[in-house]
Each structure stands twice: as C-alpha cells, then as structure tokens.
Design a protein around this ligand. Structure first.
Ligand SMILES: [Zn+2]
Ligand SMILES: [Zn+2]
Length: 175
C-alpha cells in the first residue's frame, strides 16, 4: 500500500519531490504527493501554535472519511505544533486512523538563527516524515540514536539520526 503525502499549500517550498523520494528510500515504500482542499484548524492565538491533535481530527474526518483516502497519510505543514503538556512537537502520528502531521517550523535553520539551507531542510523533513509514517506502519520508538525511529527532543538529536532505519526496525517493518 502506498504512502500519501499532502503538503499544506501555505508551506510549498519546492522541496516536495525530494522529500517524497527520500521518504521512499527510508521506508522502501512508494510515496505519492496528493492535493486536496483542506482546512488547518487548532490555532491557539496565545501560543501562536496549532494543536496537532486537532489537525489530526480534521484529517481523519475530511480526508480519511469524506475523501476516502486509503493508506498512511502524512500532512506536512509550516505551522508550529504543540500537544497538551508539551512546549512543541516536531510531529505527531495517530496509527489507529493512519494519519500523521509534521511541522517544518522548527526544522529550518532560520528558526535557530543559522543560515538557511534547503538540503538540511529536506533531510530533516524526510526523517521526521518517515518517522511519523513509521508509526503508521506499526513501528515504535527505537533506542538506537541513529535510527529514524529514535525520538529526537532537539534539532541536534534529529540531525544525528541517519536517513535510514536500524536493522531491527527494518525487520519489524518487513522492508
Ligand atoms: Zn515518534
Ligand atoms: Zn530502530
């Protein structure tokens, strides 16, 4: 079953294809870019962030139920995300309904006062996208710091990960 990647139209950066190809390489599954009119809600004015759970709720209702999109579905958005109890999250997956979201907000060098770099951004979005999709395909978090399924808490931890699954995760995925 192929993977679906939906890009928030506000966040188009010309990196959609390289990210999709890299996700395919990491997960060894076909990934296709899809386009649907889609409302992003869950905005919290006080935090200037979006509630990732509410975005997943909407994806579940609109995309999975109404448009009947089958297969794992990942939304990539420029909006900064949080969940209750966390200052921020890079992304969030809901395996039971096969939807996930990743934010590019904190994956950009600019956010940390560093020089912008598309190659860095592509790597990070692909790794975090593959990570959340990995959850939708049944994978759990991994203790191996270089594995895509390791849960990074900082940008440095994310950058330390390689663009691949460790042998144990690859076996669990059957890829
Ligand atoms: Zn995770
Ligand atoms: Zn692993």
């Amino acid at each position: 079953m192929s993977i679906n990647i939906l890009w928030d139209q506000q966040g188009l950066e010309g990196i959609e294809l390289p990210v999709a190809r890299m996700v395919e390489m990491i997960l060894r599954r076909e990934a296709r870019l899809i386009e649907y009119p889609f409302l992003i809600d869950g905005y919290d004015r006080g935090r200037n962030q979006h509630d990732a759970q509410q975005i997943l709720d909407r994806m579940q209702d609109t995309l999975t139920r109404r448009y009947e999109i089958a297969g794992p579905l990942l939304l990539i958005t420029p909006r900064d995300l949080y969940i209750r109890g966390c200052e921020f999250v890079f992304g969030l997956a809901r395996p039971v309904s096969s939807v996930a979201v990743v934010s590019t907000a904190r994956l950009k060098n600019d956010y940390y006062g560093r020089v912008p770099d598309d190659a860095d951004l592509i790597d990070r979005v692909a790794k975090e996208g593959a990570h959340e999709l990995g959850h939708l395909l049944g994978l759990e978090h991994c203790r191996e710091p270089e594995c895509v399924m390791f849960r990074p808490r900082t940008l440095d931890e994310l950058d330390r990960k390689k663009k691949m699954l460790c042998p144990a995760c690859r076996e669990a995925l059957g890829a």
